[in-house]
Ligand binder design. Structure first.
Ligand SMILES: *Cc1c(COP(=O)(O)O)cnc(C)c1O
Length: 428
């Protein structure tokens, strides 16, 4: 490969090479739990992290390792840790940064499950999240206190397709000596590269566009390698002797790979949120066509959003790729390849019309998922965002009168025909 291979080359080749044992061109599924040590010294060196290798598949697996390297390459990071789901990736990203009593500042515009994870479940660890509208940069700044250990946002935010001003948040995080974590699931690294805009860590649900066909549950945390964990005393797990790994100083020992090594040696070892090699294989297959699929997703979404915007039953469409969107300029500046394929549609007929639309569609699937080659629809307020309060639903862009569409890669004309017949039924 050239020194700076393009995205289309990386999505097929990064991290992979012909199998050293057999020459197999495609990455084999290493369906094994453990690996034979050469001898006792080799085993000890691996356990001491003096040599990098394979011990046990809860920690490392060759198929998963290829996916980790590919994700790091596509996001422009130095390393990545794959885990069992997108939600696992979020816990894995926070785990080295947090202690009881610490908090994060999170965007209000997040995947419904993330709002629940951050507002309820992480409290059991003694962590807390303050939710702030990231359009109000002064409010973001005001929410940061001495115990804040990260800012968390989505690039293209679920469900409304809102596009976040990542450089503005990165600047605030920088000024306060804390990392910016960006969930890049809905954009994929093809449409958005948060690290280039100043993010420290990127998290993904591999479940969505990266695999791209609704077969896998998986996640990843990608480290930019750019954060100085020793610049202040806020991140003792990375800068000070780590008691969970016999006093090893991760930052001093591994430099810009400290976060990645900690994620594997402590995070996967003790939290056990491991991605299995079969899932890594499906995800690698999906990633090979990521750029081709994303371009088509975006093209279809543009056409369908524009058609819906002019439909008499429709009150509004949130797609940031529409010229009428308040975020249109931001899309041109930060997301030049497009604003993704996820948006909400508000119907004049309110809640009842939304339910009728969902039930009347034939080609669209009614599922709680996004980022599939198939077009999907869901009424967020009664499903994915059901655990949220009415105020949280509105803040998240999931009010009762909206449905969320995840536009697939089918023929746009067929998708429009399906929406057209279902909207006629809503009116009738
Ligand atoms: C799906 C999703 C998640 C959670 O991922 P899982 O793989 O389902 O755990 C997190 N963030 C966003 C933006 C998502 O779409």
């Amino acid at each position: 490969m050239s020194d700076t291979p393009g995205f289309d080359t990386l999505q097929i080749h990064a991290g992979a090479r012909p199998d050293p044992a057999t020459g197999a061109r495609q990455t084999p599924i290493y369906q094994t739990t453990a690996y034979v040590f050469r001898d006792a010294d080799h085993a000890a060196a691996l356990f001491n992290l003096q040599e990098v290798g394979f011990i046990y598949s809860r920690l490392t697996n060759p198929t998963v390792a290829v996916l980790q390297e590919r994700m790091a390459a596509l996001e422009g990071g130095v390393g990545a840790v794959c885990c069992s789901s997108g939600h696992a990736a979020q816990i894995m990203a926070l785990f080295p940064l947090m202690e009881p009593g610490r908090n994060i500042v999170a965007s209000t515009r997040l995947y419904g499950g993330t709002v629940t994870q951050f507002s309820q479940t992480i409290r059991r660890f003694g962590w807390k999240a303050s939710f702030v509208d990231t359009e109000d940069l002064a409010a973001v700044e005001a929410a940061i206190d001495a115990d804040t250990r990260a800012i968390f946002c989505e690039s293209i935010a679920n469900p409304g397709g809102y596009v976040t001003d990542i450089p503005a948040l990165a600047e605030i995080a920088d000024r306060h000596g804390i990392p910016l974590i960006v969930d890049n699931t809905s954009a994929s690294p093809y449409l958005c590269r948060p690290i280039e805009m100043g993010a420290t860590l990127v998290v993904h649900s591999l479940t969505k566009y990266l695999t791209g066909n609704g077969t896998v549950t998986g996640g990843a945390v990608i480290d930019s390698g750019k954060f100085d964990w020793s610049a202040n005393d806020k991140f003792p797990s990375l800068s000070q002797p780590e008691p969970a790994y016999h006093g090893l100083k991760f930052h001093e020992t591994f430099g810009n790979l400290a976060f990645t090594f900690h994620g594997i040696a402590v995070g996967l070892r003790d939290l056990g949120m491991t991605l299995n090699p079969q899932a890594a294989h499906y995800t690698l297959m999906g990633i090979e066509t990521l750029s081709l699929r994303m371009a088509r997703h975006v093209e279809n979404a543009r056409q369908i959003a524009a058609w819906l915007e002019n439909h008499p039953a429709v009150e509004g469409v949130t797609y940031a790729g529409l010229p009428s969107s308040p975020w249109h300029d931001r899309v041109q500046r930060l997301y030049p390849r497009g604003a993704g394929a996820l948006f909400t549609v508000a119907l004049k007929g309110g809640y009842d019309a939304c339910v009728k639309l969902v039930d009347g569609l034939e080609l669209f699937s009614h599922v709680a998922n996004l980022g599939d080659a198939r077009s999907l629809i869901i009424h967020s307020a009664s499903t994915t965002h059901r655990q949220l309060s009415p105020e949280q639903q509105v803040a998240a862009g999931a009010a009762p009168n909206v449905v969320r569409l995840s536009i697939g890669t089918e023929d746009a004309a067929d998708l429009i025909a399906d929406l057209s017949q279902a909207l006629d039924r809503v009116a009738g």
